[in-house]
Design a protein around this ligand. Sequence first.
Ligand SMILES: NC(=O)c1ccc[n+]([C@@H]2O[C@H](COP(=O)([O-])OP(=O)(O)OC[C@H]3O[C@@H](n4cnc5c(N)ncnc54)[C@H](O)[C@@H]3O)[C@@H](O)[C@H]2O)c1
Ligand SMILES: O=C(O)[C@H](O)COP(=O)(O)O
Length: 394
Amino acid sequence: MTYQIQTYNKIADAGLQLLDEQYKINESNEPDAILLRSHKLHDQPIPNSVQAIARAGAGTNNIPIDQCSEKGVVVFNTPGANANAVKELVISCLIASSRNLFRAVQWTHSLKGETDISEKVEANKKAFIGHEVAGKKLGVIGLGNIGSVVANDALALDMEVMAYDPFVSVDVAWTISRSVKRVHQLEELLSQCDFITIHVPLSPKTTGIIDAKAFKAMKKGIHFINFARGELVDHAALKEALQDGTVGKYITDFPSDDIFGMENVVATPHLGASTTESEENCAIMAARQLKNYLETGNIKNAVNLPNVSLPLTSPGRLTIMHRNIPNMLGQFSQLLAERNFNIADMLNRSRGEFAYTLIDIDNKLNDEEAADIMERLQKIEGVIRARHIANGWH
Ligand SMILES: NC(=O)c1ccc[n+]([C@@H]2O[C@H](COP(=O)([O-])OP(=O)(O)OC[C@H]3O[C@@H](n4cnc5c(N)ncnc54)[C@H](O)[C@@H]3O)[C@@H](O)[C@H]2O)c1
Ligand SMILES: O=C(O)[C@H](O)COP(=O)(O)O
């Protein structure tokens, strides 16, 4: 079996190398899977051949998830694989912004060609007096893979840390220091912190969550750090808050024309995950997840389907993505019984309105039998996509 993979963006070799001789990269217009980073898929058709999309990274707002679910395409991301890279940049920007480092460095370079540089340096350095972060209050919005490590490390800088995340996962909650004060109202965090950093995914629910009302609640002169997504912030309200001094500094990884040139804006070119280590981690995790899904039907870290794992030991496996409605399993087993196929093992999991079923059968199907059973499964109302995986070891 050969799998065709279409890539977008530069995917680290460490990940691509995991896709062995069974895989062809960028050789077909009808790929089985897509492997990408920030490339936007919203504006292009997704070929019907695509069974899975792996995002080597965290944010999946560049992928039309609802459309993928309706087409039976599993969408993966790589949770945590770039968290350390983002955390290091956020912590460094937190300190650098507090010490006016960006403006100071720019000014120093402007002295090129001048005389008496050391005198000018000594005379002017008072323009860049900053603050230490120790003893100040940091607010972390979103305590996921990135927010949690930023919160923990800020404690080590002797900061007081306050965090808001109404949906924090149990796994992450275990890793968060007890010294991080959890708040249940965003306003509480906004009104008390000297620095705020946001680490939530962009979705219709979070678009513009930092709006005029949120800025109004903030302490005057706050430093706001946004390494998550630009659209989380209402830019008209941000401009006003920058102009009236509510926001003392806006440090973002998502530059946009409307805030360029404002003295209190620091913008980096979407660099959060751009380290060799993080690019490799993400590519390796994405490639493994894709390979596992294509070869066994098992799912790990999908954003539109549950985790599903069953060792593939029988001669064949049927994977069925379907709606989460009653009597699906009954219909599958009836169909298999009618064809005289024996079920060796079965696993069904659901997530929201979608569900996924693995059925391992004792029968080794030839191409004709496999095509026939696929066609019959696809005809069951509620089935979105069915696949037959022949176990090469039998
Ligand atoms: N700048 C970069 O290069 C870069 C790199 C990685 C991630 N990101 C962005 O950062 C985001 C977060 O990454 P992550 O790995 O921590 O994701 P994650 O999924 O591990 O964590 C996100 C957290 O946000 C929380 N959340 C969701 N809605 C919320 C809300 N309304 N209020 C408060 N909390 C809310 C979730 O409960 C979760 O704990 C990504 O979705 C991506 O957009 C940017
Ligand atoms: O969501 C993410 O993982 C980041 O925004 C990183 O994006 P990139 O892979 O394009 O650097």
